[in-house]
Ligand binder design. Structure first.
Ligand SMILES: [Zn+2]
Length: 484
């Protein structure tokens, strides 16, 4: 371990963090670090139990005089994202992370540092062994595999944890307090179709929609960016209706959590209408570029001559697909009532493919209000029914609806203001956090999330600000003392 870490404040936290760096803990391979946690608990005479999923729960009684306070759970995840620079030989399964102190920050040697969320775990364990930390009954919940599936949070069972207030230590900007997140659900549309021989006298084209920004389907959904699938469908529908086009295949978008940046299709148009069609394509491009002039300056829609395909999608099925994709709601559906500026419910029409007799479309719906997400799912089912299409709603996980009356949030606000003189920012995100999943088994938990300042998590330039770690820790200790 890098002994220099022990010169940093607070020493107890950095000592634990140094040991965490020594024990490999990439997502799904946390055995070594969990072994170290158990040894640490034994050395410090702290009870620790492991659930069937692999989550650890440390329990510590109240300090004298604090026995009647509401029991608190400090929570952090024990895995890290393994990323190394291409010129760095590093085996995340066996090699220790090498923390380096660099001008007010701690980073690693050409790898991710795992401050996300090693600092969170270290802060929790440091607090429960800190003789200057006064607190009520306290548990530390260390979840596994947050980064590649939130396996630990999904696997948490009712009754395992006794606390009533949960403080999540996995936020990445000191001075921000998280009080809400979105849940999610997938909608998978699929059906088979038949093809017919391409009518004679047709000219082949390939359609390209490119140059869009894309982005994260939750965090960026409020930016009004264009969806390549929507633009391609709108174009194809006009091509079919106004020019008698036939379509052989369509392929747009990709990952479910990415706003689609590109779409392509192969189509045919009667030779007699080819010139008009080409002119229309140019006008259409100008029109959509105009609509998205301020958000998608790189948008491009082009048609280029291609070999006419031998087979095309049977026209009735094609009409149903295009109508369906056209009708599926996309983007922001509603803004939050409880949290100004937060997206409440959204959908990302991520992916649309019609190839080789199979049509499929994939959506990721998000909402901080579980019933609103379910209602959006029902709308998807209704659209699928109208289009004679199969649909499956899967992968549902709940959100965390912001509660601005949350007692722990109000305690945090008050303590922060008294200690630092300014109010922290109250935030919620339109993406998934472990806190959302905890609501399944522990619907009555009063929750808040905060952390130190971590830059570029999940990348080899990840770094954590040393001053912010001290501030975050002092704040945590003060909050624990002030829990009623
Ligand atoms: Zn994290």
């Amino acid at each position: 371990m890098n002994q220099e870490l022990l010169t940093l404040y607070p020493k107890g936290l950095w000592d634990i963090f140094g040991h965490i760096c020594d024990a490999p803990h990439p997502s799904k391979h946390e055995t070594a670090v969990i072994k170290w946690y158990k040894e640490w608990a034994a050395e410090n005479k702290i009870d620790v139990v492991e659930d069937e999923t692999g989550n650890l729960l440390f329990s510590v009684p109240a300090t004298p005089g604090f026995e009647n306070r509401t029991p608190v759970v400090l929570q952090a995840h024990c895995d890290m994202v393994p990323q190394a620079d291409s010129d760095k030989a590093h085996d995340f399964l066996t090699d220790p992370i090498e923390p380096i102190i660099d001008n007010g920050w701690v980073r690693a040697n050409k790898t991710t540092l795992g401050a996300d969320d090693g600092i969170g775990v270290a802060a929790a364990l440091a607090a429960i062994t800190d003789p200057n930390c006064q607190h009520g009954p306290i548990e530390v919940l260390v979840t596994i595999d947050e980064e590649t599936g939130m396996t630990g949070a999904f696997g948490l069972k009712p009754g395992f944890v006794k606390g009533k207030i949960l403080i999540n230590l996995d936020s990445e900007t000191e001075g921000e307090m998280y009080v809400g997140c979105a849940g999610g659900m997938d909608a998978n549309f699929s059906r088979k179709y038949t093809t017919v021989a391409t009518p004679s006298g047709m000219k082949g084209y390939k359609l390209f929609v490119t140059g869009l920004h894309g982005g994260h389907s939750g965090m960026d959904i409020n930016l009004g960016r264009a969806n390549a699938n929507k633009i391609a469908t709108r174009f194809l529908q006009k091509a079919v209706r106004n020019f008698g086009a036939c379509v052989a295949c369509i392929n747009g978008g990709g990952l479910r959590n990415a706003i689609p940046r590109e779409a392509t299709a192969i189509l045919t148009v009667p030779v007699a209408k080819a010139a008009d069609f080409e002119a229309f394509a140019k006008e259409f491009e100008t029109m959509v570029k105009n609509e998205f002039a301020l958000t998608e300056e790189g948008l491009s829609l082009t048609v280029t001559a291609a070999d006419a395909p031998a087979q095309v999608i049977e026209p009735k099925a094609l009409n149903q697909f295009l109508n369906m994709i056209f009708a599926i709601p996309n983007g922001v559906q509603r803004m939050s009532d409880s949290m100004p500026g937060l997206v409440e419910t959204s959908n990302n029409l991520a992916n649309f493919i019609a190839e080789n007799g199979e049509m499929s479309a994939k959506c990721l719906m998000r909402s901080s209000v579980n019933s609103a997400k379910e209602a959006l799912g029902e709308k998807m089912v209704a659209i699928a029914e109208l289009a004679d299409c199969g649909i499956e709603l899967t992968g549902a996980y709940p959100g965390w609806n912001p509660n601005l009356k949350s007692p722990i949030m109000n305690t945090c606000m008050k303590v922060y203001k008294e200690k630092f003189g300014n109010e922290p920012k109250v935030m919620a995100i339109h993406a998934g956090l472990e806190c959302g999943l905890f609501g399944v088994c522990y619907p009555d938990w009063d929750m808040v999330s905060f952390g130190p300042t971590i830059e570029h998590p999940h990348s080899p330039v990840e770094r954590v600000n040393i001053d912010s770690v001290g501030k975050f820790y002092d704040f945590l200790v003060e909050v624990l003392k002030n829990v009623k």
